[in-house]
Ligand binder design. Structure first.
Ligand code: FAD
Length: 322
């Protein structure tokens, strides 16, 4: 059996996402003595990204460069990565449980008639068999899963498997492959982004999330200020998004982003089950709500009962003094 693991790198605006490094650590956990091979697709040279994968533990990195791989499409990336899988014949493939990971891995696994375990938050070896832990029922329970035959595909939830220490002295091979994806049917020519500020929500270590209790777009200002002093990102409940206080890209929950920061501060959020599905595995949860009976206090490690518009300025002032 091959002892090689492929890690599919995912970049945003030219920089690899942290979850790529976490995926390398996950692959190393499964094949401690095996070879970890990174794969990066794009339309430019990805030498610095390849070096970063090596510093974080990859033994070799394959970069695939083609004009049609400027932005992710399941067809383009699927075709390119499929050809690497066939050539490298690994034991398994891992990537982040991101929008791209959720789209790409089922496609590849089904093409190769292999098993896929998605949204993994922990993993261990039982003998030679990798056993994956993943949340079910909106995070109320966990199940352990294995893949019994074929390649082992899995995706890891960001912020759950710590990346290895970055080591610039690590050396590895970087190979650029010429894979022809000229024949794909859809190509993204350009991506026009809304101005995205600050820390990426799905990988943030600190999140300050606002709900309907914040009352307006203006009401979100102190949340942005608190997030800034803590080096974090701002998120929201669907209630706040539906009320147009903020953009849907901030929504956390069952139909939004799933996050696992070190610190989650829920401000004016009642704690509906659909919201908890996206944040209840956060390491420390702080809730600020004027209703002492609010459900969010049932999952909070620390609760502050009171008016958020009085509490937030005090918190910001105190943290600034630290
Ligand atoms: P509310 O429930 O209205 O709570 C507002 C809270 O603010 C209250 O607890 C109140 O006491 C507090 N408050 C008010 N004023 C103040 C103040 N001045 N200071 C302090 N506290 C104050 N929701 C999500 O969040 N994410 C999802 O992904 C999601 N998916 C869904 C999917 C489906 C299929 C369905 C049916 C619903 C989904 N929902 C989701 C909606 C969810 O059920 C709730 O309606 C929503 O989470 C409520 O948002 P909220 O807590 O901000 O608002």
């Amino acid at each position: 059996m091959s002892d090689k693991f492929l890690v599919i790198g995912e970049a945003r605006e030219g920089t690899l996402r942290n979850v790529t490094y976490e995926a390398i650590a996950a692959a190393k956990k499964i094949q401690p003595e095996g070879e970890v091979v990174g794969v990066i697709c794009g339309d430019t040279d990805q030498e610095s990204q390849a070096d970063e994968m090596i510093y974080y533990g990859a033994d070799k990195v394959i970069t695939i460069k083609h004009d049609n791989l400027k932005a992710y499409t399941s067809e383009g990336y699927g075709q390119a990565i499929l050809s690497v899988i066939k050539e490298e014949a690994p034991f398994g493939i891992v990537m982040g449980h991101t929008s791209v990971g959720k789209d790409l891995t089922p496609k590849l696994a089904s093409k190769l008639e292999s098993g896929l375990v998605s949204d993994v938050v922990d993993l261990e070896l039982e003998g030679d068999t990798p056993v994956f832990t993943r949340p079910i029922y909106s995070g109320k329970a966990f199940e352990k899963k294995t893949v019994t035959s074929g390649l082992t595909f899995f995706t890891i939830r960001p912020n759950n498997v710590p990346a290895l220490e970055r080591d610039e002295s690590r050396k590895g091979e970087v190979i650029t492959k010429d894979i022809d994806v000229a024949g794909i049917r859809t190509v993204i020519k350009d991506v026009i982004r809304k101005a995205a500020e600050g820390v990426d929500l799905s990988e943030a270590n600190v999140i300050v999330a606002g709900g309907r209790g914040v009352k307006s777009e203006e009401g979100f200002k102190p949340l942005y200020e608190l997030a800034e002093v803590l080096g974090g990102a701002v998120g929201a409940s669907r209630g706040a998004c539906d009320a147009e206080y903020c953009d849907y890209s901030l929504q956390i929950g069952q139909t939004g982003k799933v996050v696992t920061p070190d610190l989650y501060i829920a401000v004016g959020i009642s704690g509906a089950i659909q919201h908890l599905a996206g944040m209840s595995n956060s390491k420390v949860i702080v809730a600020i709500n004027k209703d002492p009976e609010a459900n969010i206090f049932n999952v909070a490690d620390y609760g502050i009962v009171g008016d958020l518009f009085e509490i937030l300025p005090l918190l910001i002032e105190d943290i600034k003094k630290m």
